[in-house]
Design a protein around this ligand. Structure first.
Ligand code: SF4
Length: 707
């Protein structure tokens, strides 16, 4: 790690590999400053009073636990139900520490919605409330990866993407094409935006359009050389973050900061991971590499254009070799079978070696001919973009080949082939490589260097923090060799048994793999009729959601919306504003969606959301756990299902006055052996399997809503 890393206190373990001793607070609090600051309970009370809320025992307990973690360096996992007010519970001790230690605390979230809530609502109100008590202005900032900010150099005439680069989504980039219109819209927006932050562009634009006006960190030519360096949005965000006490970011940037040798976040000693139930998936995504024929071909063409004017003719020949390797890769992947790859076919191995070698040689040739480009930002930017893509191709091809150099049981990574779905045939076949586990890297690069507090409404699966702690790399607490950590559940302000019913349709047959059976549709129809609509249908696949929506539209008397018919935010708005409306979609999409009040009184989940048996990562992870003598199904598949079920069920109660039913149409939740583990992961609703009883309850609830 570079010099940007925080200094360590003298009470740090002397051996960096000794993870068992708690980290002491890494940036030492200035005792005089800390002594002058009010204690956390007083600050929290002031913040709550200023915001007009009530003190909640769970919030106070959580704030004290976060303060304890920061003070001792012992990591913390804290489960806090909806309505706890957990953002204030971590922001108050985090802010106090950052001001006392003159350091920075990073808060990482999974969703843009929570980032916006922190930056637009919670932090401004908190800062306003605490400024008089703290005696100085607390500073906060949001920081994302460079790719998330508009690049003025690129937008104002820097290197354009080769039109062929957009092949995956839209081949036509002309001004009147859909992509061309989106790019035009981006140029208009560029004249108004003060942040250049992609997430502030509503509605958003497809990735292919955004790529035309953005660069990755590797592609940026550097603020010193860039003619727009002094106005650069990404640079301004970094500068604001460097001055901030609290930096809000996302899990992906946290993962990149922790796993790479480049400091993308300012030096920090404490990390708060909110929405921590998603951390493993987000870190896995951020560290997944991919290769496709068109991506290799695009890099080869860029390299060809850059090297064609080079004095040395051999450089162009190398770009030709890369194009040939791209063509071979397109054929090899197109001939392959979708799914996990345990054996690498010889032809594909040879193609990958050709991609790796040709990409490396092209990069060397460009580097050799790049001398003198310092004064030509335009050509320098093109060279940087080309080198970044060549470097990525070379590394990924090498990474895939390395995987197959090990016996299956010793592999640390998983390789699989994604083939395009029929409805999205323009996406090319893509080879992906991802880590089998992210725990080791988080343990060595995050937990070993920072104090981390992880929080979510769902962290204890089957009543225990152990399943997620093992995935994060913390392991079991108080076990020799594991980092010191503790897990606490501060509960929920909701009275779940009185406010909600968990209904399991025990009388239905176990769900099949294909069509939704008629019995399921009838059950859904009757539940929706009893509830008078107001239903969020959460399905295990888009296909199931569409099928149910198509079948039910003719059978129910209330409006029914389905994911994909409009942008999600618009669908949620319609669902919220027109109370009888129902909304169907996939289980994972609705994580973080907040619909308080009587617009949502019934959440229906079609089946226990186990990963598909052919899911390459889940199946490989399950196999690895089993090979170590563990229970692969419970550790991977049941834990995954428990998290999604709990998140889905958590949509029901959003305020103290909300009431309703979570209906699970999968009888295995009460009949299977693992059912107890899954039910113990859900909020403690009153539970029944009686369909008459639950329909009667829904009718009463519906009747109680004022017209
Ligand atoms: S400094 Fe980098 S990101 Fe910023 S405008 Fe210049 S090239 Fe783009």
């Amino acid at each position: 790690m570079s010099a940007g890393r925080p200094r360590k206190s003298s009470s740090q373990p002397t051996d960096p590999a000794d993870l068992t001793a708690p980290l002491a607070t890494t940036d030492i609090e200035d005792a005089a400053v800390a002594g002058a600051l009010p204690p956390v309970p007083e600050l929290l009370a002031a913040a709550v009073a200023a915001i007009g809320g009530e003190e909640r025992p769970g919030q106070v307990a959580m704030a004290e636990a976060v303060q304890h973690a920061i003070g001792t360096g012992e990591h913390l996992a804290v489960q806090a139900g909806t309505g706890t007010g957990k953002s204030l519970a971590y922001l108050v001790p985090a802010l106090r520490h950052a001001m006392a230690a003159k350091s920075t605390v990073v808060v990482a979230t999974a969703t843009i919605a929570l980032q916006r809530q922190l930056i637009d609502r919670d932090l401004p109100r908190l800062v306003g409330a605490l400024r008089p008590l703290l005696g100085q202005e607390p500073r906060y900032a949001i920081l994302k990866g460079r790719r998330n900010y508009l690049c003025l150099h690129r937008q104002k005439g820097g290197p354009a993407d080769d039109p062929q680069d957009a092949l995956f989504e839209h081949a036509d980039t002309g001004p009147s094409s859909p992509l061309g219109r989106q790019v035009k819209r981006l140029h208009e927006w560029a004249e108004q935006t003060t942040t250049g932050d992609r997430d502030e562009l509503v509605p958003g634009v497809p990735e292919a359009a955004w790529r035309q006006v953005s660069v990755s960190a590797q592609e940026c030519i550097g603020a010193q050389r860039c003619p727009f360096g002094s106005r650069c949005f990404a640079e301004k965000a970094r500068e604001a973050a460097a001055r901030a006490h609290i930096v809000v970011t996302n899990h992906a940037l946290l993962a990149i900061d922790a796993t790479s040798d480049i400091d993308v976040l300012p030096g920090h000693d404490v990390v708060i991971v909110d929405e921590a139930h998603d951390l493993v998936d987000r870190v896995t995504s951020a560290t997944t590499g991919e290769l496709s024929g068109p991506a290799v071909d695009a890099a080869a063409r860029r390299a060809g254009r850059l090297t064609e004017s080079a004095a040395e003719g051999g450089a162009a020949a190398m770009a030709d070799q890369l194009r040939q390797a791209a063509a071979a890769l397109t054929i090899d992947l197109g001939d392959g079978s979708a799914g996990r790859m345990d054996v690498l076919p010889d032809t594909l191995a040879a193609t990958l070696a050709a991609v790796r070698d040709a990409a490396g040689e092209c990069a060397d040739a460009i580097m050799a001919s790049a001398a003198g480009l310092e004064d030509d930002p335009q050509r320098l930017a093109t060279a940087r973009m080309t080198l970044a893509s060549l470097d990525d191709l070379q590394r990924t091809a090498h990474r895939v080949l390395e995987v197959f150099g090990e016996p299956v049981s010793a592999r640390q990574e998983v390789v699989w082939l994604d083939l395009p779905f029929a409805e999205d045939a323009r996406r090319p076949p893509t080879l992906r490589v991802a880590p089998l586990e992210v725990g080791p890297v988080l343990r060595n690069r995050l937990f070993a260097e920072r104090t981390v507090a992880l929080t979510s409404a769902t962290l204890a699966l089957g009543g225990s923090f152990a399943p997620l702690a093992i995935q994060w790399g913390l392991g079991l607490p108080e076990t020799e060799g594991n980092p010191a950590w503790q897990g606490i559940d501060v509960g929920s302000p909701f009275d779940h048994p009185r406010s909600g019913i968990l209904y399991v349709a025990r009388h239905l047959p176990p769900p099949g793999r294909d069509q939704l059976a008629e019995a399921y549709l009838t059950e859904l129809e009757e539940l929706i009729a009893a509830a008078g609509g107001r239903t969020l249908g959460l399905f295990s696949s888009m296909r199931a959601a569409r099928q149910a929506a198509d079948a039910l539209r003719d059978r129910i008397e209330v409006p029914l919306l389905c994911q994909g018919e409009d942008v999600t935010a618009q669908l949620v708005r319609q669902f919220t504003e027109d109370e009888p409306t129902c909304l169907f979609g996939t289980l994972s999409l609705w994580q973080g969606v907040d619909v308080p009040g009587s617009a949502l009184q019934l959440v229906v989940i079609d089946r226990i959301p186990f990963p598909r048996p052919d899911d390459p990562l889940a199946s490989a992870r399950q196999r690895a756990v089993a090979a170590r003598g563990g229970n692969g199904f419970m550790t991977v598949a049941a834990a995954h299902a428990a998290l999604l079920l709990a998140q889905g069920a958590g949509r029901l109660l959003r305020t103290m006055t909300d009431r309703g039913v979570v209906a699970v149409l999968d009888p295995r939740l009460v009949t299977a052996r693992y059912g107890g583990f899954l039910r113990a992961s859900l909020p403690p609703f009153w539970t029944t399997t009686d369909p008459d009883l639950v329909r009667a309850a829904l009718r009463r609830l519906s009747a109680s809503v004022p017209a």
